[in-house]
Design a protein around this ligand. Structure first.
Ligand SMILES: C[S@@+](CC[C@H](N)C(=O)[O-])C[C@H]1O[C@@H](n2cnc3c(N)ncnc32)[C@H](O)[C@@H]1O
Length: 280
């Protein structure tokens, strides 16, 4: 069943509208769990003596969008390393998103004079090419990539590069859908159905890759559920946007071969369940 549907990321404005909507329809495990996990990851840097109390801390964060989650990680770093200078490099290609991040970061640097940001309006690939051109080889204690690897030209190459960018004892983190979640299983199935893996990466792909390289990793699972009720209403604009997010294709219902559309909707029906009055 081969077809050539367009990536949802080919239209940046539409992409961020769907991403925002998807986030609104999503319920995730408590913020407290998220915070506790990040604190334990970041505490590990001092426990392993990678960062001494007054050392400068260097963080790289890639594919940040407007940085909502990344800012929370930075707040944790500030809290746990109150006497350190903290430099954060931000790599994000979408200008509008980066501008929003910059605007909201101003308050953070006013409040925390030890915090500085270096901004790169670029893809990760572009950032790496510039580093190479400049002979730049500085590294980081912490590398954070939240929901970004789906869109990279070559995610496996990026994982290798992430690893090389981290100082010994430092941490690289990738947040991405688990292949065992309903959404992750749909990604895995869908790439076979369409015959195209574009934007359909799961955490299982990354851990399998790391195993082949003999690299150490930890998994922190965070449960979440997305309200898919409207996906079945072909006239619903928002339902179609959620459907596009589920398969990472723009205007999927309009352009997909009928058989592929049916296969996807059948999968969603089979794997969703009702909670209160919402289909999830
Ligand atoms: C799903 S959003 C994640 C935004 C944010 N990290 C979050 O979790 O809300 C994916 C981000 O990856 C960025 N992106 C896409 N291709 C990229 C690339 N090659 N290098 C770096 N970032 C990229 C997009 O512009 C977008 O902001």
């Amino acid at each position: 069943m081969a077809s050539s549907l367009e990536s949802i990321y080919s239209d940046i404005e539409y992409y961020f509208d769907t991403y925002e909507l998807y986030g609104q329809r999503m319920t995730t495990a408590s913020d407290e769990q998220w915070k506790a996990e990040w604190e334990s990851i970041i505490k590990g840097l001092s426990e392993r003596a990678v960062v001494q109390p007054k050392d400068d801390v260097k963080m790289l964060t890639v594919a940040t969008g407007q940085g909502d989650l990344e800012k929370k990680v930075i707040e944790i770093l500030i809290k746990l390393f109150p006497n350190s200078k903290l430099n954060v490099e931000i790599v994000e290609p979408a200008k509008e998103q980066l501008d929003k991040f910059k605007a909201s970061a101003k308050g953070m640097t006013t409040e925390h004079p030890n915090l500085t940001f270096t901004w790169f309006e670029d893809t990760f690939e572009g950032y790496m090419a510039k580093r190479q051109d400049n002979g730049d080889d500085h590294k980081f204690h912490l590398l954070v990539c939240v929901n970004g690897l789906y869109y990279f030209d070559d995610w496996a190459c990026a994982v290798d590069q992430f690893y090389d960018l981290v100082l010994p004892g430092g941490v690289m983190t990738n947040t991405i859908d688990s292949g065992d979640s309903a959404c992750g299983m749909l990604f895995t199935k869908y790439r076979e159905w369409e015959g195209n893996p574009m934007n359909l990466l799961t955490a299982n792909d990354i851990t399998s890759y790391m195993k082949t390289k003999g690299l150490d990793y930890q998994i922190h699972l965070r449960e979440g559920a997305v309200d898919v009720a409207e996906v079945f209403d072909e006239k619903s604009v928002e339902g179609n946007m959620i459907l596009d997010s589920l398969v990472q294709r723009k205007y999927f219902r309009k352009h997909a071969p009928k058989e592929l559309l049916k296969t996807v909707l059948d999968f969603v029906t089979e794997h969703s369940h009702e909670r209160k009055d919402i289909v999830l």
